[in-house]
Design a protein around this ligand. Structure first.
Ligand code: VGL
Ligand code: ZN
Length: 201
């Protein structure tokens, strides 16, 4: 059993990010058995859930003429446009049925404001709107985080970078993550995480 100050954060293991889903990550479901085992080994387990309204500004279909995987400028900076995914209340937004979500202590939903995307579990993409996870972890005396889930180079990496910047000791278990890898994004984010002191295990 892990120490009480060490939490497991499981990022976006949802049907839409797994094979057959709207924004499927290659072998996204392959990490689930390992994550289920990890959840039994931690005294604090948090799941994040990407949770968008239909009119979300990260969907290409909500920008006239824009293609999925292109980039637009938002008031808060560059934003990748995605196919519609993880729409609130849909099957695709649900946790993958094989994930032992019953073992989680907290579910944190993110990306529900139409105008701001939220890759990170701590801050939305404007880098200032807090999800509240930081307060939850601090109130429980947690100082170390292990991150797993989808996708390594987006939601996992953004969460790891924010958590390291907030002073947590952060480990990303790469075996229990899978990447989208858009234009070299995986190598770029691995480099950024390394530079920020995130342990890539
Ligand atoms: C994610 C793209 C859009 C992720 C979420 O979970 O990594 N990626 N929304
Ligand atoms: Zn999303």
């Amino acid at each position: 059993m892990q120490a009480p100050h060490h939490a497991l954060i499981v990022i976006d293991v949802q049907s839409d990010f797994c094979p057959g889903g709207a924004l499927a990550v290659t072998q996204g479901d392959g990490i689930i058995p390992q994550i289920n085992a990890l959840m039994e080994d931690f005294q604090t387990v948090v799941l994040t859930q990407d949770w968008h309204p239909e009119n979300h500004s990260s969907f290409a279909e909500n920008h006239a003429g824009a293609k999925p995987f292109s980039t637009v400028q938002m008031p808060y900076g560059a934003q990748t446009l995605w196919p519609r995914h993880c729409v609130q209340g849909t099957k695709g937004a649900a946790f993958h049925p094989a994930l032992r979500s019953d073992l989680a202590h907290l579910v944190i939903r993110k990306g529900f404001r139409p105008a701001i995307d939220s890759y990170s579990a701590l801050f939305e993409n404007d880098k200032t709107t807090a999800t509240g996870l930081d307060g939850y972890l601090r109130a429980r005396g947690i100082t170390a985080l292990t991150l797993v889930g989808l996708a390594t180079d987006f939601c996992v990496a953004f969460s790891a970078l924010d958590a390291a910047a907030q002073g947590f000791d952060v480990t990303v278990l790469q075996d229990a993550c899978r990447a989208i890898d858009l234009d070299g994004s995986l190598a770029q984010q691995q480099q950024a995480m390394g530079a920020a002191g995130v342990v890539l295990a």
